[in-house]
Write a protein that binds this ligand. Structure first.
Ligand code: SF4
Ligand code: SF4
Length: 460
């Protein structure tokens, strides 16, 4: 028994020590304190078991603890999830880009499309006016406006607007000889070279496309025509430290930063494909013909989360996406089983509990546009963005999947990938270490003194 006790003492203490160090490095105060207390308690407990293993009732309690731990370890390894119902996507209706909040917010600058839109959707006129009356993102008057910081985000979006032309371009007249396999591999390599953490390939289906364009005055209301056969989805990760400042400005600066990174990858990849004599178009922030999330889900690299955006198995929702569509035929990504993340989303609900505008549902997925899926109240969400002057991202910050890719978090991801009981236990510990409800800062961190956020990371 002494040998078993010694082994369990060392294994559990090493785990708690690694958790403590990891929490300190991640500057998670609550997690550091709790793991330090856990380390002390665990050490004391096992030292008592080892020192007094001949005394009753220590002997009996020790035996129960050891048997309990072995049963716990055995159950933890059993792979089991209740079967999830597959989504029926045979009747999906296309989404009209004119209905999204960015498109509707832009109507204030374009009277003719505005008149056409509100005569077709009079029910949206009042709420849209209320939202428009608030300052634009990055303008003075919002909670997290900063004279020097907010223009960092604006500059990134202006840059994206100016580089829209790079989405398409001249196709080489000379069609080069290629194989689908080699092109798929080359595209994946280019994406990785330019910073993508994952790449998915899928067939382009009609419901991946917006029905009509709506984001800009040019082409407003035009039917989207895209005859490409394949789509490539690029995933870039956002910096967890910056997202942990959500909803204040560093999170919005990081989101805009990664939109730029994602756009760069899509534009270069599209140019690369065109140089072989095949058509390709990049789809990047404010310049989409496609919906990135269904494409990413269909390419098998993640799922749609309760918070209404894409969830990657490693980086969770702390990512941004861009897409290239092309008339090339590419090898589709081998589909991974991501149902464990969907199952976690059903029990977790942390984003819904923390959403300051109550836009995220606590209930099951509802049906809209002809299929069952998570969706949020986009009016409430966008209205809060304008109050904050940032893109909020509290839901991304609090999500248990939004953690750095360290050995401790990899171990947790493996643990929750085994069964639903593990997921509930992990959620209990996530709430314990990081808090179920997380406080929202009343103002930005001191941007110009928090050197790791602004000086070191983005070299302002
Ligand atoms: S916070 Fe929880 S429920 Fe929300 S997206 Fe993340 S895992 Fe899903
Ligand atoms: S971005 Fe903010 S307001 Fe919008 S759903 Fe997420 S937490 Fe809610």
């Amino acid at each position: 028994m002494r040998t078993i006790n010694l082994a369990l003492f060392f294994i559990s203490d090493i785990f708690l020590l690694v958790l403590l160090v990891s929490s300190i490095v991640e500057r998670e105060k609550r997690a550091s304190f709790i793991s330090f207390a856990g380390l002390l308690f665990n050490s004391l407990l096992w030292l008592i078991f080892i020192r007094f293993d001949h005394l009753s009732p220590v002997k009996e309690i020790n035996l129960v603890a050891v048997i309990g731990l072995f049963i716990f370890a055995f159950i933890s390894l059993i792979p089991f999830f209740p079967p999830g119902a597959d989504r029926d996507i045979s009747q999906v209706e296309k989404y009209d880009e004119r209905d999204n909040m960015f498109a509707r917010n832009n109507l204030q600058f374009h009277p003719e499309p505005a008149a056409a839109y509100y005569s077709a959707h009079p029910e949206k006129k009042e709420i849209d006016k209320k939202i428009r009356d608030k300052p634009e993102l990055g303008e003075p008057g919002s909670t997290y406006y900063d004279h020097y910081g907010s223009p960092v985000m604006d500059a990134a979006f202006s840059y994206l607007a100016r580089t829209r032309f790079a989405a398409s371009g001249e196709i080489s007249k000379k069609k080069k000889k290629i194989t689908n396999e080699e092109m798929t591999r080359a595209i994946r390599d280019i994406a990785r070279l330019y910073g993508a953490v994952d790449v998915g390939f899928t067939e382009l289906r009609p419901y991946h496309l917006y029905s009509r364009s709506g984001r800009h005055k040019e082409g407003w209301g035009e039917v989207i025509k895209n005859k490409h056969r394949s789509a490539v989805v690029f995933v870039v990760k956002m910096d967890v430290d910056m997202i942990n400042e959500a909803p204040s400005l560093p999170a919005a600066i990081e989101a805009s930063h990664q939109y730029v990174e994602a756009a760069k990858i899509a534009h270069i990849t599209a140019e690369y494909i065109r140089s072989f004599g095949y058509d390709a178009r990049g789809h990047t922030d404010a310049n989409y013909q496609v919906l990135c999330v269904p494409l990413a889900v269909d390419s098998g690299i993640g799922v749609l989360g309760r918070l209404g955006i894409f969830m990657h198995p490693v980086y969770g929702p702390c990512v941004r996406l861009s897409v290239v569509t092309t008339d090339l035929k590419l090898e589709e990504t081998k589909k991974k089983k991501n149902h464990r993340i969907e199952h976690f989303c059903r029990v977790c609900k942390k984003c819904a509990d923390n959403c300051p505008s109550k836009s995220i549902p606590h209930d099951e997925e509802l049906s809209s546009r002809g299929f069952r899926h998570w969706s949020i109240d986009q009016e409430k969400c966008f209205s809060l963005w304008k109050t904050f002057g940032t893109d909020c991202a509290v839901c991304i910050r609090v999500c248990p999947y939004t953690k750095p890719d360290t050995p401790v978090h990899r171990l947790v991801r493996f643990y929750i990938s085994r069964n639903s009981l593990n997921q509930r236990i992990a959620l209990f510990f996530d709430d314990l270490l990081y808090g179920r409800k997380q406080a929202i800062p009343g103002r930005n961190p001191d941007l110009f003194r928090t050197k790791d956020l602004m000086r070191a990371k983005i070299q302002l």
